[in-house]
Ligand binder design. Sequence first.
Ligand SMILES: Nc1ncnc2c1ncn2[C@@H]1O[C@H](COP(=O)(O)OP(=O)(O)OP(=O)(O)O)[C@@H](O)[C@H]1O
Ligand SMILES: [Mg+2]
Length: 422
Amino acid sequence: MSFLKIDGGKQAEEPAIEVANGARLIPRITIQAFCEHSQTAQLVEAAVHDRRMSKVALTTHNGGLEGAIETYKANPTPNLIIVETTLPTEDIPRALERLAEVCDAATRLIVLGHVNDVVLYRELIRSGVSEYIVLPTSAQAIVSVITELFAAEGAAPIGRTIGFISAKGGAGGSTVSHNVAWAISQSLRQDVLILDLDFAFGTAGLNFNQDPPHGIADAVGASQKMDQTLLDRLSSKAANHVSLLTAPVVLDKTFDFEERDFEQIIELSQKSTPVVILDIPHIWSAWVRHTIATIDEVIIVAEPDLANLRNAKNLADTIKALRPTEAEPLLVLNKVGVPRRPEIPANEFATSVECKLLGQVGFDAQTFGTAANNGQMIAEVAASNRANDMFRLIGMHVTGRNTPERVASKSSLKIPFLKKRA
Ligand SMILES: Nc1ncnc2c1ncn2[C@@H]1O[C@H](COP(=O)(O)OP(=O)(O)OP(=O)(O)O)[C@@H](O)[C@H]1O
Ligand SMILES: [Mg+2]
């Protein structure tokens, strides 16, 4: 095996047996590789044929490290970047610093190099590079390193969990959550899984024009038997990069959940998909409270009226108290500008609720009505509608991307794989 593994001498093993039962499949991550030599590009492309990579979306590009830096100045970064470099040893750390400056916080990096140098290896690993592989190597070795990173026992879950809840029934939590999921899938090309938690009345199936035979009820009901493979079978593909666990939408039985009934399914989702969107119904129960307390981001969707304001304030206060060390809830105002309707101005609303206002979506009965009735997203029925920019911006923010606002305030910009540098 040609890549260096020094600390503890642990080699990335070949998990053939685990692959047979699917336990070590790499999750649905996106990988972009920047190679300098065509043989390296071929090697990386060959890796995609490994069974462990069956869920991965991988693209290869020319230009090596410099190509990556140029690309990510203008484009969002994937879950994993692989770069080949032929730079002299002493120039590599500085070039990686420039790459880190244009990368999003969660992105990981594997460097393919031509120098077998222990000192360089140690420096790169110390600075947060996930692995340095010396060329020539095999496609299998590359896949093994990726497996170690993303699918090893105890590997950090890759998925970010983002919940949307309406301050008042019908305020648009579901519509906004589905369109934000769509925006993330299209503009960041990240895989998104939508969990429709509104068992009796959920609209994720309708909004994506899907009526699959299975969905979230089977997933929650399966509890003991639930695993990655079953989760994959129960979810349905709604579009490129978008999967759904739809609500059963039946009234012949009632659904009364225990506080922790959704824990397992959320954890499993996080292990397989980079972005997990939770469409949370407008109810207040033990499981809703517990779920909200445990996810990465909570977005309150409200209309600009008094009842929404009161509810949003109550929700925001409660959520902050529930999760004092986690990200504060965020606010999105929806259906702004209904003709002749008196409205509370956005800034006043946000100040009273004491929440960061992520954005406002205008009321547009024609476009939203058409989208809902056709089972399409807003971007599909009206690509140039301003609401799409808002959905994209919300998506960028909740997935921790470098939104223009974050880049402007450099202090909050985390340098990803150089974070461990002293
Ligand atoms: N900005 C908007 N302009 C016009 N109509 C909208 C807008 N946003 C949502 N709608 C419409 O409002 C209705 C309610 O939206 P949605 O189902 O998303 O709300 P909700 O808060 O999730 O409702 P529930 O309380 O049932 O969960 C839908 O018909 C949707 O198409
Ligand atoms: Mg809803």
